[in-house]
Design a protein around this ligand. Structure first.
Ligand code: CUA
Length: 197
């Protein structure tokens, strides 16, 4: 710019004209930045809006209520906690009026644990102590989520969807044990639980 070559005229406050030019340039720069941020946010809104519309957030997995007990993932022998060949821990459970199977669930601490559950008669649900493990169990659907437990010990797992006259008595227990102890017990490949035999 040619501004620097000529001595700037002073205004009534003794400030150089150059101050105004610099201020204008800075304002323009920031106007561009603000516009860019606004545009970016608009693009994010449009893209996520279209994306969510095209693919709903909760993946829907269905299951035939009539055969839950007879075949497939939720037969009695497959319920409880399993250590997969890939090292992932999966808890499978079924809810019915008025109990959970298994009644006592064992999980390792400080490891991701995936829950997979369903219900056979009415809508049930559960929350595990003061953790974020919380879901509904709906007949005909498989509910699934992954969480981790950082505190060892026993938690109560009550049903939290009103499911009938026995609702208040419907609960299970969850034992969070050290991961090393869990892995030592789980290598046999069987389904673990803390149900007294
Ligand atoms: Cu099951 Cu309330």
């Amino acid at each position: 710019m040619s501004v620097a070559s000529t001595p700037p005229p002073e205004d009534s406050h003794g400030r150089g004209h150059i101050g105004e030019v610099v201020a204008l340039a800075a304002e323009k720069r920031w106007a561009v930045v603000v516009l860019a941020i606004t545009l970016l946010l608009l693009i994010v809104m449009v893209v996520t809006g279209l994306h969510w519309a095209a693919m709903p957030p909760s993946r829907v997995e269905t299951i035939d209520v009539r055969t839950v007990h007879l075949a497939g993932e939720f037969v009695e022998g497959n319920l409880g906690t399993a250590l997969g060949a890939d090292g992932r821990v999966t808890v499978r459970l079924v809810a019915q009026q008025y109990s959970f199977v298994p009644q006592c669930i064992v999980v390792p601490d400080e490891m991701p644990v995936t829950f997979r559950g369903t219900a056979t008669d009415a809508i049930h649900g559960f929350v595990i102590g003061k953790t974020n493990a919380n879901t509904m169990l709906v007949p005909g659907f498989v509910s699934t989520f992954t969480t981790r437990f950082d505190k060892r010990g026993e938690r109560l797992m009550p049903c939290h969807e009103y499911c009938g006259t026995g609702h208040a008595a419907m609960w299970a227990r969850v034992q969070v044990i050290p991961a090393a102890e869990f892995l030592a017990r789980a290598t046999s490949g069987e389904r673990l639980s803390c149900v007294a035999r």
